[in-house]
Design a protein around this ligand. Structure first.
Ligand code: ADP
Ligand code: MG
Length: 319
C-alpha cells in the first residue's frame, strides 16, 4: 500500500484516549482488557462485503457508522453494555478520502455508544469489513432466545417496518414528503441499537432478540429456541406515522411483519412482569408495545381482528 499499513492504522484508527478496562489498546500483538467482575463477556461479529451488503461506491462514513450500530444491536439484544470492538478491514487500495470518512463514521458511532476500538487487522483485497463487538452482561441475567414460556406476552420496542420502507425509498420505489424521507433514511443509515432498553429488560423479559429480518422470522427464532409457538395481532403492530402516511395499511403491515433492517428488540414478558414493564413505559424510559402472546405448539401465527390469517393467501407475502 502507498501509505504503509502501520501509518494507516496510526492515522485513521489509533486514538490516544485511555478508556476504562483497556489495559493495552492498539499497537501491540494483542489488546489487554479487563472484564468487569461478575459479568460475562458478550461477543458478536458481523462481516460486510462490498457488492453484497452495501454498494461498492456507498459513502464510507455511512457504511462504517451503520456497521457498528448494527453490530451493537446484537449486544442490545442480550442486555449487554458495550465495551470494546475490533475491526478487520480489507481494502483494494488505501484511498485517504475514503479512509478519513470511514474513520469519522466509525468513531461517531463508537463515541455515541461508548465502545472503544482496541484492535484489528488490515489487509489488501476486495473491499470488506468485519467488526467484532464485546460487551458486559450480568452473568445470571443475559437475555437469551430460549427463555420464552407459554402465556408470556410478545412485545417489541419502537416502530416496525421503517427499515423496509427506507429501503424502498433508497431503491426509488417510494416517494414520501421531505420530512418522512429524512426520518426513514436516518432510520436506515443510523439504526438505533436498543442498548439502554435491553439493559432495562434484564430481569424483566424472559427472552429477547433484535429484529433484523422482520418480526415473523425473528420471533420464529425465539419460538424455535424456546420450543413454543406465538400469535401476533396485526392491529397491534407499532407503525411510524412517516411510514403510515405514505403506504397502504396492507403494505405497512407487510413491512412491519416481514421487512428487514429495523433493529428493534422483540422480547417476551412473563405475565407477572407486566406491571414492571408498564412502569418502565409510563416513566418514559422504554417505548414498547405488546403485539401478541406465546402459545403451545411451534411457529408464528398472525391474527387480524381476532381471526387467524393465512399470510400468503391475504397478500402478506411480498417477501
Ligand atoms: P500483527 O501483525 O501482530 O497481527 P498488525 O500489524 O496486524 O499486528 O497490527 C498492529 C496493531 O494494529 C495491532 O494492535 C492491531 O490490533 C492494530 N490494528 C491493525 N489493523 C487495525 C484496524 N483496521 N483497526 C484497528 N486496529 C488495527
Ligand atoms: Mg495482523
Amino acid at each position: 500500500m502507498a501509505i504503509g499499513e502501520f501509518d494507516l492504522i496510526k492515522c485513521y484508527f489509533e486514538r490516544s484516549a485511555s478508556s476504562a478496562g483497556v489495559e493495552l489498546g492498539i499497537g501491540d500483538d494483542c489488546a489487554l482488557l479487563d472484564v468487569p467482575a461478575g459479568k460475562h463477556l458478550a461477543v458478536s461479529m458481523d462481516t460486510l462485503v462490498a457488492g453484497v451488503h452495501f454498494p461498492a461506491d456507498a459513502s464510507s462514513r455511512l457504511i462504517a457508522e451503520r456497521a457498528l450500530r448494527v453490530n451493537l444491536s446484537d449486544l442490545a439484544a442480550m442486555g449487554a453494555e458495550p465495551l470494546w470492538f475490533t475491526l478487520g478491514l480489507t481494502l483494494p487500495e488505501p484511498n485517504p478520502d475514503w479512509l478519513e470518512n470511514f474513520s469519522v463514521g466509525l468513531f461517531a458511532a463508537a463515541d455515541e455508544f461508548n465502545c472503544v476500538l482496541v484492535g484489528g487487522d488490515t489487509t489488501r483485497g476486495p473491499l470488506s469489513m468485519t467488526l467484532q463487538v464485546h460487551g458486559a452482561v450480568d452473568s445470571k441475567n443475559a437475555l437469551r432466545r430460549s427463555g420464552a414460556r407459554i402465556g408470556d406476552l410478545v412485545c417489541v420496542t419502537g416502530c416496525l417496518g421503517d427499515g423496509a420502507a427506507a429501503l424502498a425509498v433508497i431503491q426509488d420505489k417510494l416517494w414520501p414528503g421531505e420530512d418522512a424521507r429524512e426520518y426513514l433514511l436516518d432510520r436506515f443509515y443510523r439504526p438505533r441499537p436498543q442498548l439502554a432498553e435491553g439493559q432495562l429488560l434484564l430481569g424483566v423479559a424472559s427472552a429477547a432478540l433484535d429484529i433484523s429480518d422482520g418480526l415473523i422470522a425473528d420471533l420464529g427464532h425465539i419460538c424455535e429456541c424456546s420450543n413454543v409457538g406465538a400469535i401476533v395481532d396485526i392491529e397491534r403492530l407499532p407503525l411510524s406515522s412517516a411510514m403510515r402516511a405514505n403506504v397502504s395499511v396492507m403494505q405497512a403491515n407487510t413491512w412491519a411483519l416481514a421487512g428487514g433492517d429495523d433493529y428493534q428488540l422483540c422480547f417476551t414478558l412473563p405475565p407477572a412482569k407486566q406491571l414492571a414493564l408498564q412502569t418502565l413505559i409510563d416513566s418514559g424510559q422504554l417505548q414498547a408495545t405488546i403485539v401478541g402472546e406465546i402459545v403451545s405448539g411451534s411457529g408464528v401465527i398472525c391474527r387480524s381482528e381476532g381471526v387467524e390469517v393465512n399470510l400468503s393467501a391475504t397478500g402478506y407475502n411480498h417477501f
